[in-house]
Ligand binder design. Sequence first.
Ligand code: CA
Length: 243
Amino acid sequence: MTRKEMILIVEDEDDIRELLHYHLTREGYRVIAVATGEEAIRVLPREKPDLIVLDLMLPGIDGFEVCRQVRRGMNGFDPVIIMLTARGEEIDVVTGLEIGADDYITKPFSPKVLIARIRARLRQSQAAPVGEDQILSMPDMQIDPRRHEVLIQGQKVDLTNSEFKILHFLARKPGWVFSRYQIVDAVHGTDYPVTERSIDVQIVSLRRKLGGCGIYIETVRGVGYRCKEPTEMPQAVLLAENF
Ligand code: CA
C-alpha cells in the first residue's frame, strides 16, 4: 500500500470546506483544511501537500497570492493546484492559470467531479513527464515532434509550423486547460507572429485540417483551449468529409 497523497484545502466558506474535507478523507487522502490564505502559507512548508484545492476569493491573502507564493518556489516543492472559482469569473481562471495553477473547478461543483479531477491530476503529476521528442499517439492520430509530422490514420497532414506547435503543446498535457497567452508564450511563432487573437484563427484551421480528430482540441469558453484526455476520446473517430 503506497502512502496516500496529502491534500490541502483552502476555503473560507465553512460548509464547502467541510464537504471537501469529508469527501476527500473518505477517498483515503490525508487532508488538512484551512480557512485563510495566511494559514495556508503557514502550514505549507511543514505539510508540503501533493495537491492544493484553493479557493480564490479569500479574506486577507487571496488565492492568487497563495498560488504565486507556492510557484515562486517556496521550499522547493511543487504541488498540483486546483482553483475553486465562482461561475462566470473566467478572467479569474485565466489569471490563475497564468500564475501557475494547474486546473480549476467552478462552484457549485459536484464532489464526484472534483475527486475525479484530483485523481487525474495527481496521476499525471506523478507520471514521467512527456519528453519533447516523444511521439504522442491517440486514436487515429500520431504526433511526431522530431519529424514535425502529424499522421491521421497513417496519412500525413499538412500543418503550418505554428499549427504544429500549438497541437503539440496542447497534446503533451491532455486534459490541461491553457489560456491563449500561455499558448502564445509556449509557441512563439517562428513563421509569423502568434498573437492571442491569432490563436483562435489557427485553432480553427488546425481543427479543420485534423478532420474527425479536430474534436480532440476543445474550446474552454472564456478561458482557452485544451486537448482531451484519452478517456474522453472515442476509440475510432469518424473522419469529417472535408478531410
Ligand atoms: Ca471564498
